[in-house]
Write a protein that binds this ligand. Structure first.
Ligand code: GAR
Length: 210
């Protein structure tokens, strides 16, 4: 006689990819580094949407190349920082974003965004925080005469460039450095530590869901 066993749910060993939304204002080399790592299977994540705020930002071209949806939200068309962030949140939610990555995002996040994604917004900054917060961090490092600078990935809090640090990399400052040459070497490290930080977040998500 044939007996039917009760169906046992199949538990997949593969973790569900982290659903990321990227905010970027300009060139987008960090966005491309993430897209490349995901395509290579190095990062258990997927890029749900790119939001950019400058109509001519090259990052929009990169999104097209990678076939990732992109949305232009121009902050100049909003009456306040809060209303701009509300539009960002609405877009992120519409695309099912779980974690927000500011990768070259030159706007200050308001509580509207941070409360919609508590402890789930990360930022990339071109200095070893807490040194050289704010704009022109590479120029600030050169002006200060430091011999080592670098980059930081951190959780975004309401205080500018101040949240808990997830990853950092040091970069030596060479005597002949200009802002452009130093920034180029920092960016090589940025691409590395941004992926590293997101891998750690993905690993923690797996642990907490077990
Ligand atoms: C990156 O170097 C990032 O650290 C910096 O903008 C650059 C964007 O490069 N962000 C900030 O200065 C934020 N305060 P990308 O567009 O090539 O990724």
């Amino acid at each position: 006689m044939l007996t039917m066993s009760r169906e046992v749910p199949v538990v997949s060993a593969a973790p569900r990819p982290l659903r990321l939304g990227v905010l970027a204002s300009g060139n987008g080399s960090n966005f491309a580094a993430l897209a490349e790592a995901i395509a290579q299977g190095e990062l258990p994540a997927q890029l749900q949407v790119l939001i950019y705020n400058n109509p001519d930002a090259f990052v929009a071209e990169r999104a097209k190349q990678w076939q990732i949806p992109s949305v232009l939200l121009n902050h100049r068309h909003y009456p306040s920082r809060e209303s701009f962030d509300a539009a960002i949140v609405e877009t992120l939610k519409a695309y099912g974003v779980e974690w927000v990555v500011m990768a070259g995002w030159m706007r200050i996040a308001t509580p509207v965004l941070l409360r919609a994604y508590p402890q789930r917004v990360i930022n990339l900054h071109p200095s070893l925080l807490p040194s050289f917060r704010g704009l022109h961090a590479v120029e600030q490092a050169l002006a200060a005469g430091v011999k080592i600078t670098g980059c930081t990935v951190h959780i975004v809090t309401e205080e500018l460039d101040s949240g808990p640090i997830l990853a950092q990399a040091a970069v030596p400052v060479l005597p002949e450095d200009t802002p452009a040459t130093l920034h180029a070497r920092i960016q090589v490290q940025e691409h590395r530590i941004l992926k590293l930080a997101i891998s750690h977040i993905a690993a923690q998500q797996i642990q907490t869901s077990c």
